[in-house]
Design a protein around this ligand. Structure first.
Ligand SMILES: C[S@@+](CC[C@H](N)C(=O)[O-])C[C@H]1O[C@@H](n2cnc3c(N)ncnc32)[C@H](O)[C@@H]1O
Length: 190
């Protein structure tokens, strides 16, 4: 990936200082900056597909585990909370439904799935091959600056994910657009 081939949008600012989660947290695609691990420490299990990415992940009190979100190894109803912080932009569209179904399965009844991601428009023939964002994430006094970029192969936005969640059976408790990023809090409520 060369810098000139990435369509970088302006820096997005996300403040997680007052974000609350219930109980134990499964962070899908955690590691990297380990933002959710930094936020909630030992309550977090961070899962990623590749071991190398977890080894390189920011250190912290959270537990790191190699696991594909399409096939979570946890029993049904194991977690009060699941999170995906700028993870689903990295997964192919074809995998999203299975990932949502697996998250729904491992959540307890009343449990919540909280996601943040990037609004990505449709690519046209003249567009660059990658789409990326620089993020400034605030957790209390601490500011993390990081960047995420992926092959520009899909279009995604808040509506796409909220509809997907609803088709799986989630209720939407909260949703918000933060410039070109968005946040959705789903609940499993049978
Ligand atoms: C770059 S991280 C996102 C930022 C990260 N949450 C943080 O706090 O810094 C997203 C990761 O999700 C991982 N991922 C994508 N699809 C996945 C899947 N099906 N199962 C597990 N991890 C996945 C990718 O390997 C990618 O490295």
């Amino acid at each position: 990936m060369v810098e000139e081939d990435i369509k970088f949008i302006e820096t997005q600012h996300i403040d997680l200082t007052d974000v609350e989660f219930k109980g134990r947290v499964l962070d899908i695609g955690g590691g990297g900056e380990g933002i959710i691990g930094q936020l909630k420490g030992e309550r977090v299990v961070a899962s990623k597909r590749r071991e190398s990415e977890l080894i390189e992940a920011a250190p912290g009190d959270y537990l790191k585990i190699v696991m594909d979100a399409k096939e979570l190894k946890f029993l049904d109803e194991s977690f009060e909370t699941a999170t995906a912080f700028f993870t689903l932009m990295y997964a192919p569209l074809l995998d999203h439904k299975k990932i949502f179904q697996e998250i729904y399965r491992v959540l307890k009844n009343g449990g919540e799935f909280v996601m943040w991601d990037l609004t990505m428009p449709k690519r046209d023939i003249r567009s660059k091959n990658y789409y990326g964002v620089n993020l400034e994430v605030t957790i209390g006094e601490k500011k993390n600056s990081t960047g995420y970029a992926v092959p520009w192969k899909k279009e995604q936005n808040l509506k796409y994910y909220s509809n997907l969640g609803k088709t799986i059976g989630f209720k939407i408790l909260e949703q918000d657009e933060i410039n070109e990023a968005f946040y959705i809090r789903f609940q499993k409520n049978r």
